[in-house]
Design a protein around this ligand. Sequence first.
Ligand code: GSH
Length: 217
Amino acid sequence: MLTLYYHPLATYCWKALIALYENGTDFEKRVIDLADATHRAELTALWPLCKFPVLRDADRVVAESSIIVEYLDRHRPGPRALVPHDADAALDVRLWDRLFDNYVQTPVQEIVFDRLRNANGDLRRAHATLATAYELAEKQLATSRWMVGDEFSLADCAAAPALFYAVTLHAFPAHCTRLSAYFERLVERSSVRRTLEEARPYFKNYPFESAIAARFR
Ligand SMILES: N[C@@H](CCC(=O)N[C@@H](CS)C(=O)NCC(=O)O)C(=O)O
């Protein structure tokens, strides 16, 4: 049996959860509260960097959200591959996964941590990175129903949490109509809806909770 070590509010954990729900994989959940020293010790014993999600499959420990999705695809495949078998299409999917992690999640975390620490830092660069990432996504979506082509993939597993939190900090510009429509498709996807539903009780702990659209709160 697989066990996912995660927290329902944690953005990178959503990527793994969405993939597990997409694949219909049976797994056990182990909620880790990083404020609890015993929980931290449990996670650190598995993965010394003490970051989640972490997936345990018997004595194999799989860390890093993207690697977890790839591992599931390989060892517990669902009805559709989340990383395409075609090598070039797989490169595109991995590119968009990296793009959402590095250029959406990273500035989002910078803005959120700034608020949590009351640091009042200069966040212009973080906002500029989000703006550039939105423009790139808008362009990509001209020829794509999901982030890469017509099939839901790892790229969409990454996009859902990244965009969900990003839009609470930096609105989509009015001209990004394809990105807005894509976001609506994403949050209506049952794997994503289920993940959001499970996070809902914890949204009160998010410092920009009031910016979460009323329909999710
Ligand atoms: N690159 C990692 C990032 C994981 C990550 O930063 N997870 C956050 C939660 S969303 C975390 O563990 N934060 C705890 C900490 O940094 O102490 C991945 O993709 O899994």
